[in-house]
Write a protein that binds this ligand. Structure first.
Ligand code: SF4
Length: 199
């Protein structure tokens, strides 16, 4: 055991940039990555898909508070390009998650490559509600394009654990994914047949 510890201390940890979609999705993946003891981890906030503005800022401030509690350094790109996001998905709303993942992971890969990180990954891989395989595919493609490895982990295995941890510390937990379309899906009752579906 002592030899293993000495070996680890002598080894240089790999630099890992983790793109963070929100604080509740960070807790369990971060704890498990820290337990692996292989990485020097830094967080990245870049989520211009989260609407409206007050919700965007609430999620950012929740993350900042948590990151400060667990000593995680953050790179913050506090951008709220509502128009840019809507223009990208207009008339392609059905494929909006692909566009949204690409926008965020492409930026994360660029920052990771510029910052000399060995790997990058994302907390999007934690959610059971996201298109997991698509995130993996886009993460790997963006990594390849910008010359940084995408660290794939199935963080969904820690789903329950992460929820409990966030509840225990009374962390703000949002009720919808992020964009205004997802807000509508979450809160608006499905119209009955014959009702105006574009209300
Ligand atoms: S539902 Fe979520 S992942 Fe999909 S476009 Fe909206 S914010 Fe992005």
């Amino acid at each position: 055991m002592v030899m293993m510890k000495e070996k680890r201390e002598n080894m240089e940890r790999k630099k890992l940039l983790i793109h963070i979609c929100c604080a509740p999705c960070l807790i369990a993946p971060l704890q498990h990555l820290q337990q692996e003891d292989e990485f020097d981890i830094r967080g990245l906030w870049f989520n211009p898909n989260i609407h409206p503005y007050q919700e965007n800022q609430k999620r950012l401030h929740t993350l900042q508070e948590y990151a400060s509690d667990v000593d995680l350094n953050l790179i913050i790109k506090d951008e709220y390009d509502l128009q840019g996001f809507l223009r990208q998905v207009a008339f392609r709303e059905g494929d909006r998650c692909r566009i949204c993942y690409h926008m965020r992971l492409n930026y994360a890969a660029i920052i990771a490559a510029k910052g000399g990180f060995d790997y990058y990954t994302t907390t999007l891989l934690y959610s059971k509600f996201q298109k997991h395989d698509l995130i993996k595919e886009i993460g790997e493609a963006c990594g390849k394009e910008h010359g940084v490895k995408f660290l794939y982990r199935d963080f969904r295995n820690y789903w329950k654990e992460g929820i409990e941890l966030s509840k225990n510390i009374e962390m703000y937990r949002q009720q919808y994914c992020g964009c205004i379309y997802s807000e509508k899906d979450r809160y608006m009752a499905t119209p009955k047949r014959g009702e105006d579906e574009n209300r």
